[in-house]
Design a protein around this ligand. Structure first.
Ligand code: PGA
Length: 248
């Protein structure tokens, strides 16, 4: 039985004070037995947020990780540093990274491997653009993005990873994939993995991301192969984030 995971992605939002307040409000809304909740915080506020969520059910994540281990890579943050700062998770290959910062399938695979090497769980983000969907390329894009990581790390590596299916056309646009559209891709991903390793396919958490909000979370999360959510906009408000968490 896969555990549900609800993960916030704060992106480049908030001040230190706002990040602390948001973390406090999330913690305040949780009960002792809660689990399966995490927040991906801007690098500079990781430590501030950690001091609030330490010893609570909320796990800490970063939004990216370097594709190199250490050295002369000005401006980059290594997996060792993330581990040191208390990160359990790191997003890799978020579509905003791929689109605006040139993250390629190869560099995403390297980031994935660096994270795993340090015991930080990579959350591999994959998904098609609107143009690709309209050209019926959704599955081939998914294959290409996923295979780049499988080729570099092996399918077994996905046993210690999370996959996030995020259709680019649904991110930050208010346009959510319907539960059926999302389930179709999640099922495709799981069935594809099952051909390579049944255990990995059965156990890997596949999150949906793209305008998930309290009003649509219940339906999306009720689908067989949707194991949680990666939530941007709605995770900046503790009440909506907790409401999505409760619907899981
Ligand atoms: P959104 O972002 O919920 O604001 O669409 C999701 C994401 O980019 O992870």
């Amino acid at each position: 039985m896969r555990q549900t995971l609800i993960m916030g992605n704060w992106k480049m939002n908030g001040t230190r004070a706002e990040s602390q307040a948001l973390a406090k409000a999330i913690v305040a809304g949780l009960d002792a037995g809660d689990q399966g909740i995490a927040v991906c915080v801007p690098f500079v506020y990781l430590s501030d947020v950690l001091s609030i969520i330490e010893s609570t059910p909320v796990a800490l994540g970063a939004q990216n990780v370097a594709d190199q281990e250490k050295g002369a890579y000005t401006g980059e943050i290594s997996a060792t540093m993330l581990k040191d700062c208390g990160c359990t998770y790191a997003l890799v290959g978020h579509s905003e990274r791929r689109t605006y910062y040139g993250d390629t399938d190869t560099s995403v695979a390297a980031r994935f491997c660096q994270a795993q090497k340090q015991g930080v769980t990579p959350v591999l983000c994959i998904g098609e653009t609107l143009e690709e969907r309209e050209q019926d390329k959704t599955f081939s894009v998914i294959d290409q993005q996923l295979n780049a990581v499988i080729d570099a790390a092996g399918v077994e590596a996905l046993a210690n990873a999370v996959i996030a299916y995020e259709p680019v056309w649904a991110i930050g646009t208010g346009k959510t994939a319907t539960a059926e559209q999302a389930q179709e891709v999640h099922q495709y991903i799981r069935e594809g993995l099952a051909k390579q390793n049944a255990d990995v396919a059965e156990n890997v958490q596949i999150l949906y991301g793209g305008s998930m909000k309290p009003e649509n979370a219940g339906e999306l999360l009720s689908m067989n192969d949707i194991d949680g959510g990666l939530i941007g906009g709605a995770s900046l408000d503790a009440e909506s984030f907790l409401s999505i968490y409760r619907s899981a």
